[in-house]
Design a protein around this ligand. Sequence first.
Ligand code: PLP
Length: 454
Amino acid sequence: QDSAATTANSDSARDRAALIHPMTDLQRHDREGPLLVTRGEGVHVYDDDGNAYIEGVSGLWSVSLGFGQTRLADAAYRQMRELPSYHLFRHKSHPPAIRLAERLLAIAPVPMSKVFFANSGSEANDTAVKLAWYYNNALGRPGKKKIIGRIGGYHGITVASGSITGLARNHADFDLPLPNFLHTDCPSHWKYGLPGESEAAYAVRLAANLEALILREGPETIAAFFAEPVIGSGGVIVPPAGYFDLIQPILRKYDILFIADEVICGFGRLGAMFGGSLYGLAPDMITVAKGLSSGYLPISALMMSEAIWEACYAQSGKLGVFGHGFTYSGHPVAAAVALETLDLYKELDVLGNVARLAPLLQQGIRSHAEHPLVGEARGVGFLGGWELVADKTAKTPFAEPGRVGLMVERHCQARGVILRALGDILSTAPPLIATAPDIERIVEVVGEALDATL
Ligand code: PLP
């Protein structure tokens, strides 16, 4: 990286002259330059010098089928020639969007009535917020509008979805969250459980806190609660035992919509088609993106219950139009690639692969639990993380947040494995087609990187 950064006309120099990178330390980037990725094949990506890396986070938890799936390229090419672009506004439609909506409804983990398409996870979650408001307006409850997310939750980065997100690094100096976006407890038992408090007791306390928040604000003011089955970008946080069994009845009791954000957990990441199935989730809306197209093209979707659909239908009758939508909602090429992706998940039996190899990955992750830098090693399915700490016993975080995480990430990269440090939580989410040797290599390199960082 560094040598390329010094050559005036290199891609690295041009990158720094022209680009602003998302979620990047801009000053560090200016000093060190990018990792230039030029090609991908299977679980590997290659840099401009031809070095291979295992993509241990599937890009951004998205390229579930790995790189170089020619069937996805062919599906895009065929659709490009047939109908490269069209929209769904004002009664227009096209076959790929219809087929994809049907497929999603057929695999939905709980009965869902309709599908709305967008382009990113953020847009799908923004749409869910707007539908929660629209729904309550339709029901004549204009005061029922507040949205509850969780500390540590990640739901996107636009003004509304970024407000549901419960991470300080995404709020600071962007003037988020907006008013009326509230946050309840982070579900990390390791971090926030009291001494001697069991996971079950922690879940009871969190549920009581949620109910107290609802009562304090007034249930008649709260529209919806958002949760990822397992928190991803906030640090791979697995819910404590019994958590959702306690949370869901409270939401129902106060007539609060439950929106399951399956943007990372959907399509096999946790070993089931939808992560929520592992925890008995019965949401009113489900948002998906990333794995929907294996990250090959931008597309996201929101599935809604019959009750939400009925409200939209009734309001549209009153207002003359359902006044929400994106130019590229249900884009035919993205939809065609998503359909092919869903076929490939089945044909390649990715759920079977995750079921077979998740124990290897999860045992491997936990094999580093005793390392002096590791506070907790955790995960489910093909998702995992190592929470790094200054003092293991006292669970003390590092004085300079994120520095050690980045060091470990860099040591992994130097050894040919790309992982992602979320602050000081190192995360992995291998492509769902990864083999046992790929997983063993990821685990081995993390061990070496942790030792090198000590
Ligand atoms: N929801 C979850 C759970 C995510 O992990 C992400 C992205 O990481 C999003 C929503 C936002 O998706 P996008 O970056 O496509 O807007």
